[in-house]
Design a protein around this ligand. Structure first.
Ligand code: SAH
Length: 393
C-alpha cells in the first residue's frame, strides 16, 4: 500500500477528522498508487494518521475512510453500512437517505432508499470502481430488490468521471415508485431530480402539514418551486386547505397532479402554474394576492463561492416578494440549499428582505435537512440545507 506523507503542520485537519486532503497538503507519495486505490496517510515523521482512497486527478487527492489502522476490506464496508442502516431504523417513512457520504464517514457515496429499491450515487473514482460490489452488499444488508445508479452529477467531472446511470444489482425499479412519508408520493428515480426526489425536505414537509392541520384558519398555501408538490400534499391533509403550486418544470407538475390522485385529494383543491417563480411572484404582488402560508424552496443559486453575491441578490428578491404575499399572522417557510451560503448569511439575507418589505417576522423554528441527512460535526460542509419557519405580521 502506498503512503501519502503530509507537509509538517498539515496533519491538524486529519486530527480534527476532516475527511479531505488537498494536493497542497501533500509533501510526497511513497509508492505509485493508481486512481481509486486505498492509501495510508502519514505525518512528516512517518506516524500513521489515517487511511483513505487516492485520486491524483482530483483537487481532493485523498478522501479519508478511517482514522484507525485497520484494513478497508469487505468487512469494513459491511461494518460501516450496518452502522448507517442502524442509524435509520427509527424512520417510519418508506423513503429516506441511507448513506450520506462524508457525513456517514463514507466519502463519495450516497444511497437513498425508495421502498424496496435503492438508488446509488458514486461521486468519486474510488467508489465508482467498486460500486457493483457495494450494490450487492447493500442488497444483502437491506433486502432491497434492486439498486439503481443515478451518478449523473457534475461533480464527477472533477474526479475524471462521466455520468453513469442504470441498474447496478437486482431488478430494475418501477416508474414511478410509490413511497409513503405519511402521505404517498410518486417518485421517478429514472428522471427525477437528485436520486428521484428531495428527501432532505421530508421532515419540513411534515412540519408544514402539522402546522396547517393544527391551525385550521390557515387554509391558503402558495408552494413556490413546488417540484412534485410534496409540501402541498402534506398541507392538503387539512380538508379546507387550498394550494397553488408554482414550478418551471412541466414534468414535476405532472407528477404533482399524480400525487393528488394517489392521495385521493379532490383536484379542485390545487392549481398548477408552470412559470418562473421570479416573474410569478411579481405578478401575484401586483394583483395584491395574500396567502396564509408561503413556501419558498428554490434550487441551489450558488454553486461556488464566486457566485455567492449574485445568489444572495436572488434570494433577497424572492424573499422580499414572498414576505409581501403573506397574510398578517401567516407563515413563511424559506429555504436555501446552497452550501456556499451558511445559515448565518442566509438569515441576514432574509432579514434584509424583511426590512425592505416593511413587514415584521418572528423565527418560529430554525430548519435543516431531515434526520436521515446527518451532518458530521467534523464536516460542516455537509450542512447545505437551511431554512426558517417565520411568522409574519
Ligand atoms: N420543495 C420541493 C423541492 C423543490 S426543488 C420538494 O419538497 O420536493 C426546486 C424546484 O425549483 C425544482 O422543481 C425546479 O424545477 C424548480 N425551479 C428551478 N428554477 C425555477 C424557476 N426559476 N422558477 C420556477 N421553478 C424553478
Amino acid at each position: 500500500m502506498s503512503d501519502i506523507i503530509l507537509h509538517k503542520g498539515r496533519e491538524k485537519s486529519v486530527f480534527r477528522r476532516h475527511p479531505w486532503i488537498f494536493s497542497g497538503g501533500i509533501a510526497r507519495v511513497n509508492g505509485n498508487p493508481q486512481g481509486g486505490e486505498i492509501v495510508t496517510v502519514r505525518a512528516e515523521n512517518g506516524k500513521f494518521l489515517a487511511r483513505g482512497y487516492w485520486n491524483q486527478r482530483s483537487q481532493i487527492q485523498v478522501r479519508i475512510l478511517t482514522w484507525d489502522d485497520e484494513p478497508i476490506d469487505h468487512n469494513w464496508w459491511r461494518k460501516m453500512f450496518t452502522r448507517a442502516i442502524n442509524g435509520r431504523k427509527h424512520i417510519t417513512s418508506t423513503a429516506y437517505r441511507l448513506i450520506n457520504a462524508e457525513s456517514d464517514f463514507l466519502a463519495g457515496l450516497i444511497v437513498d432508499k425508495y421502498g424496496d429499491w435503492l438508488v446509488l450515487q458514486a461521486l468519486t473514482l474510488a467508489i465508482d470502481l467498486i460500486k457493483k460490489d457495494l450494490a450487492e452488499l447493500l442488497m444483502e444488508l437491506t433486502g432491497a430488490r434492486g439498486v439503481y445508479e443515478r451518478s449523473d452529477v457534475d461533480v464527477r467531472g472533477k474526479e475524471g468521471l462521466k455520468s453513469s446511470v442504470g441498474v447496478l444489482a437486482g431488478e430494475a425499479p418501477p416508474n414511478p415508485i410509490i413511497v409513503d412519508e405519511g402521505v404517498k408520493l410518486a417518485v421517478d428515480v429514472y428522471g427525477g431530480h437528485k436520486t428521484g426526489t428531495y428527501l432532505d425536505q421530508r421532515q419540513n414537509r411534515a412540519l408544514v402539514g402539522e402546522l396547517i392541520y393544527s391551525q385550521p384558519h390557515l387554509t391558503t398555501v402558495l408552494n413556490l418551486f413546488s417540484y412534485t408538490g410534496g409540501f402541498s400534499i402534506h398541507a392538503l391533509h387539512h380538508p379546507q386547505a387550498y394550494v397553488v403550486n408554482v414550478d418551471a418544470s412541466a414534468d414535476a407538475l405532472m407528477l404533482a397532479r399524480e400525487n393528488m390522485r394517489l392521495n385521493r385529494i379532490d383536484e379542485a383543491r390545487a392549481e398548477y402554474i408552470q412559470a418562473d417563480v421570479f416573474d410569478d411572484l411579481r405578478a401575484r404582488m401586483t394583483a395584491n394576492e395574500l396567502y396564509d402560508v408561503v413556501i419558498l424552496d428554490p434550487p441551489k443559486f450558488a454553486h461556488a463561492q464566486s457566485q455567492v453575491e449574485k445568489a444572495a441578490r436572488g434570494y433577497k428578491d424572492i424573499n422580499l416578494n414572498a414576505f409581501k404575499l403573506v397574510k398578517s399572522g401567516g407563515y413563511l417557510f424559506t429555504f436555501s440549499c446552497s452550501g456556499a451560503i451558511n445559515a448565518d448569511l442566509f438569515q441576514k439575507i432574509v432579514f434584509g428582505a424583511l426590512e425592505d418589505s416593511g413587514r415584521e417576522a418572528q423565527v418560529i423554528r430554525v430548519l435543516g435537512a431531515s434526520d436521515d441527512h446527518p451532518v458530521a460535526l467534523s464536516f460542516p460542509e455537509g450542512a447545505y440545507l437551511k431554512g426558517l419557519m417565520l411568522r409574519v405580521y
